[in-house]
Design a protein around this ligand. Structure first.
Ligand SMILES: Cc1cc2nc3c(=O)[nH]c(=O)nc-3n(C[C@H](O)[C@H](O)[C@H](O)COP(=O)(O)OP(=O)(O)OC[C@H]3O[C@@H](n4cnc5c(N)ncnc54)[C@H](O)[C@@H]3O)c2cc1C
Length: 376
């Protein structure tokens, strides 16, 4: 056990893989330790939006962080496509959130007004009425109940499984080690390095990053970082491949680069099992058919559920340990969207040994003593 890595990242999901990739391409000797196949893995079950619409309404630092990630996504997706050996389906087409009925349209219009100028100098979310939506997407056969949509001009989507493949292939190409099937039990600071122990052995590194999704609180506590988290279940389904119908992704409805329509997505609290349920899937399908009645004829070929790693306020949490400098923790919802900034700004900060001031509001110290938890 003589080898000492510069950085050990614990968790090979969307967050840990992006950080490990970012460290490896910057020349750090990096190891990525990932858990067992049976662990909860949002990276393999998400909706694939690269999305800023509505994000960070109560935390401007998160809105700006999301915007900064989006600004990096075009170059990042090219690097991921090159590493994965095929493009990862990133389409920066603009993103919609459909309104069904007049009340929904009025409420969304109010919300869009509140979100005005969320990130200074950034693109503005817009409200489209039905006529404007039809002019934007003349070939999309909307149902009669669609009264309009909000539009963020540079939101988009990608294939999240190809993104994950790109991250893993990219870090491998940069010389990092990827060790799957290593569920880490403990992290101990010893002699200027961290000793990381799992069932199959030990790893030593000068820096350690806990980015283990829902496994984070237990491991982060060992390096003196408290991050309360809960699982929020989301169900998804996909249709067979269909001719082009929807050129822009929407919240809970998108047509992938391969042609399938992905229909999402529930937000279920207090769930412990990743089983799907017919009542939820039926509700999701009914809404999708209301938006695009032609989907009534489409065959559903697959449905699944996954658990979102969620902090109490739904915003990310990033910290360096005050007790053990060099030990970090990182968790977030929207790990697809944020992967471009995790692989760049966050990886650089970890290598530099200090998180930048722009991240201060996202420190988990904000949860200390809080009882008023709320979803974002
Ligand atoms: C239904 C659904 C829809 C979503 N839609 C979107 C979307 O459209 N856009 C978007 O940006 N985000 C979306 N997300 C969120 C996104 O998937 C997550 O933010 C992201 O996957 C979180 O990444 P993570 O690495 O923290 O966790 P995960 O991806 O869950 O990965 C955690 C990893 O840590 C490993 N691990 C756990 N414990 C240990 C241990 N002790 N030792 C070693 N490894 C360990 C696990 O094996 C796992 O591989 C969605 C999520 C869900 C569930």
């Amino acid at each position: 056990m003589s080898e000492i890595f510069d950085v050990a990242v614990i968790g090979g999901g969307m967050v840990g893989s992006a950080i490990a990739y970012g460290c490896a391409i910057r020349g750090a000797r990096t190891v990525l330790l990932d858990g067992a196949d049976g662990s909860l893995r949002a990276a393999r079950g998400n909706f694939g939006l690269v999305w800023s619409q509505g994000k960070g309404a109560r935390m401007p630092a998160y809105a700006a962080w999301t915007r900064a990630s989006l600004d990096r996504w075009t170059a990042f997706s090219e690097a991921m496509g090159s590493a994965a050996g095929q493009e990862i389906g990133y389409r920066r087409t603009g993103g919609l959130d459909f309104c069904l009925g007049d009340e929904d349209f009025q409420e969304r219009t109010e919300e869009v007004r509140r979100l005005h100028n969320l990130v200074a100098g950034g693109p503005e979310i817009q409200m489209l009425d039905r006529a404007e939506l039809r002019a934007l997407l003349p070939n999309t056969p909307f149902g009669p109940n669609v009264t309009g949509a909000s539009l963020m001009p540079d939101d988009g989507h990608a294939n999240p499984l190809l993104l994950l493949r790109g991250l893993h292939a990219g870090l491998h190409r940069a010389g990092a080690e990827h060790r799957p099937g290593i569920a880490v039990d403990s992290i101990v600071a010893t002699d200027g390095a961290f000793l990381i122990t799992g069932p199959t052995g030990q790893t030593r590194a000068h820096r350690v990053v806990v980015a283990s999704g829902l496994g984070t609180p237990r491991l982060a506590a060992q390096i003196g970082i408290e991050i309360p988290m809960r699982a929020v279940k989301g169900q998804n389904m996909v249709t067979e491949r269909l001719p082009p119908l929807l050129p822009m992704p929407a919240s809970a409805l998108r047509q992938t680069a391969e042609g399938v329509i992905q229909i999402g997505v529930t937000s279920e609290e207090g769930e412990t099992r990743t089983a799907t349920s017919v009542n939820h899937l039926a509700r999701m399908a009914t809404r999708a058919v209301e938006v695009l009645p032609v989907l009534k004829q489409a065959r559903i070929v697959r449905a699944w559920a996954a658990m979102r790693p969620m902090t109490p306020d739904g915003y990310p949490a990033y910290a360096q340990s005050a007790l053990y400098p060099g030990a970090f923790a990182a968790v977030c919802h929207s790990g697809v969207t944020l992967s471009a900034i995790h692989a760049s700004v966050l990886a650089e900060a970890i290598l530099a040994g200090a998180l930048p001031a722009e991240m201060a509001d996202m420190h988990p110290a904000r949860f200390e003593g809080r009882t008023d938890v709320q979803a974002h």
